[in-house]
Write a protein that binds this ligand. Structure first.
Ligand code: NDP
Length: 525
């Protein structure tokens, strides 16, 4: 007699538009068992994908790229509706970034994956030929945040797939629809469904993925969650990349172009409503430019248009959710209470909806304020003055984060000299954030901002394990360093060391003569 297994209704994730509250979709959550099954399916499909010629994998990426380019406006609108950023920004900072990352893979996969000969310098190893071979890990787990819901998982997935891995993606609970859109595009391009799976759900689904049989995990998110993921991974020596938070400083030197730097600060602090890991979160301006810089920022903030990003004139959309808005508001209030001057914003824009916060300008902040130490992740530009280059570097480095920094100056040499002293994974001169859109540039941080790199060749390197293959060209010869040790052998080896490494010619010559006997050595064993 068949028995009915009692079923518990799966919990669902409700995707909503942060600008309007409109429900976009309601999606069943994966259970831990679903996550493990997805990984098992990926493991089953991956070996064949690994043995598929690189040319075919590249062609798949090309089809994906073409599809995305054809459907870019729809994709950008979907990103806007689920994550809140303006459509134009979704195009520039998500869709274009992915198109370009695909191009990078198309152009570089062959040379990257080509076997590389590894010549041996040591005389004793000249009878061997070595080479480096890149092998995919197998299944790459990707855990992604909501702030770049398309570009972050897509860039990582493309790198994983072109190098022969399968992918299981856990998107943020706030942006599941756009992750499914990425999957749809890849499957439409011809990818086997088991090679790109999406497991939807809240944090526990991510935790289940970290505990599953994936072969490597690429995590992007906050430091707190990143540490939890890192701990889980360490327990079973699972390799991880951790792309974590940032508190990026912007340093405006006394010779900077004030007009350009102030416009840069607007975009750097307020694009994506400040919810960018590479946002300008701290701004240090030289004393001589301080007040004029603040005046320009104040005037430019007044011209920014805040609203629903589906409107093409809007520059700043809503924040992702009310909880994030409260964190930002708390930090702003704390700074004001501790003496910061509020020059613009500092309030909710409730007339637009529950998730809108006015672009905010704070002056006279100090590094001991929460707003200068904790990640704000909202549309706030806190500004402080500095007196000289050394002080600017000290202030910029006074943070537990080290994702990126920017230096604004007309003197390239001076800027590069300062860049060398900044503790961050990226330093840009006279621009910020756009490094994320440079497909060749590695992305990743120092200090608490993470471990490992995504993007560019270094991002591809994270997707493969390097295997060293060595071929001995004299298979009929026993090696001189094998057993059969004796006092004479010891002297011969000493002579060989002199031949290679002694500084004086006489010692080298003597070493050569005594080590020649090594070639005639008959091994006892
Ligand atoms: P979170 O750390 O809250 O979440 C990141 C991802 O981890 C989400 O998918 C989340 O799921 C998931 N998750 C939550 N709990 C666990 C767990 N215990 N185990 C495994 N996964 C879990 O970050 P946010 O989504 O809020 O993203 C914002 C943060 O990401 C900021 O700190 C930002 O700086 C950082 N970031 C870093 C970037 C970089 O490249 N360095 C780029 C972009 C963002 P769920 O959402 O469903 O809870």
């Amino acid at each position: 007699m068949a028995t009915e297994t009692p079923t518990v209704a799966a919990a669902t994730i409700r995707s909503t538009n942060p600008a309007t509250g409109e429900v976009l979709d309601e999606i069943p959550c994966a259970t831990p068992d679903d996550v493990h099954s997805a990984v098992a399916r990926a493991k089953g499909a991956q070996p064949q994908w690994q043995s598929t010629p690189v040319q075919q994998r590249v062609e798949l990426l090309r089809r994906f790229q073409q599809l995305l380019n054809q459907q870019r406006d729809d994709v950008a609108q979907l990103i806007c509706r689920e994550a809140g950023k303006p459509v134009a920004e979704a195009l520039a900072t998500e869709v274009l970034v992915v198109l370009d990352a695909a191009e990078f893979c198309l152009r570089n996969a062959f040379s990257f994956l080509r076997e590389r000969p590894l010549p041996h310098a040591n005389l004793a190893m000249k009878t061997k030929r070595g080479k480096l071979v890149c092998e995919p890990y197998g299944v790459i787990g990707i855990i992604a945040p909501w702030n770049y819901p398309f570009s972050i998982p897509a860039v990582e997935a493309l790198g994983a797939l072109v190098t022969g891995n399968a992918v299981v993606l856990k998107p943020s609970e706030f942006t599941p629809v756009i992750a499914l859109e990425l999957q749809r595009l890849l499957l439409t391009a011809g990818l086997h469904p088991d090679l790109m799976q999406v497991v939807i759900g809240e944090g526990p689904v991510g935790a289940a993925l970290a505990e599953s049989a994936v072969d490597k995990l690429i995590f992007t998110g906050s430091v707190a969650t990143g540490k939890r993921v890192g701990e889980a991974a360490a327990r079973r020596l699972l390799p991880v990349v951790l792309e974590l938070g940032g508190k990026d400083p912007m340093i405006v030197l006394d010779d900077a172009d004030l007009e350009v730097a102030s416009s840069g600060a607007m975009w750097g602090a307020f694009m994506n409503a400040g919810q960018t890991c590479l946002s300008v979160e701290r701004c240090y301006v030289h004393l001589t430019l301080y007040e004029p810089f603040l005046a320009k920022c104040r005037e430019k903030i007044a011209r920014l248009r805040v609203g629903n990003g589906i409107d093409s004139e809007v520059e700043i959309g809503p924040m992702i959710h009310e909880r994030q808005l409260r964190i930002v508001d708390d930090q702003v209030r704390d700074a004001v209470q501790r003496g910061a001057r509020l020059l613009a914003g500092g309030k909710r824009l409730s007339e637009l909806g529950p998730n809108f916060y006015a672009p905010t300008l704070l002056a006279d902040v100090t590094n001991d304020m929460r707003i200068m130490q904790q990640e704000t992740f909202g549309p706030v530009l806190p500004v402080a003055a500095f007196d000289n280059d050394d002080e600017a570097i000290r202030l910029a480095n006074d943070s537990e984060f080290g994702l990126a920094a920017s230096i604004w100056t007309r003197d390239r040499e001076r800027g590069e000299a300062m860049a060398a002293k900044i503790k961050a994974g990226t330093v840009m001169l006279n621009d910020m954030i756009s490094c994320f859109g440079i497909a060749e540039a590695p992305h990743g941080g120092f200090k608490q901002s993470g471990i490992g790199r995504t993007h560019g060749e270094m991002g591809l390197q994270e997707m493969v394990q390097v295997k060293y293959v060595d071929v001995d060209l004299m298979p009929r010869m026993k090696k001189v360093w094998w057993f059969g040790y004796s006092g004479e052998y010891q002297r011969q080896m000493g002579g060989f060391a002199d031949l290679l490494f002694a500084r004086k010619w006489a010692a080298k010559l003597k070493g050569a003569l005594s080590s020649l006997a090594l070639l005639r050595r008959s091994n006892r064993i």
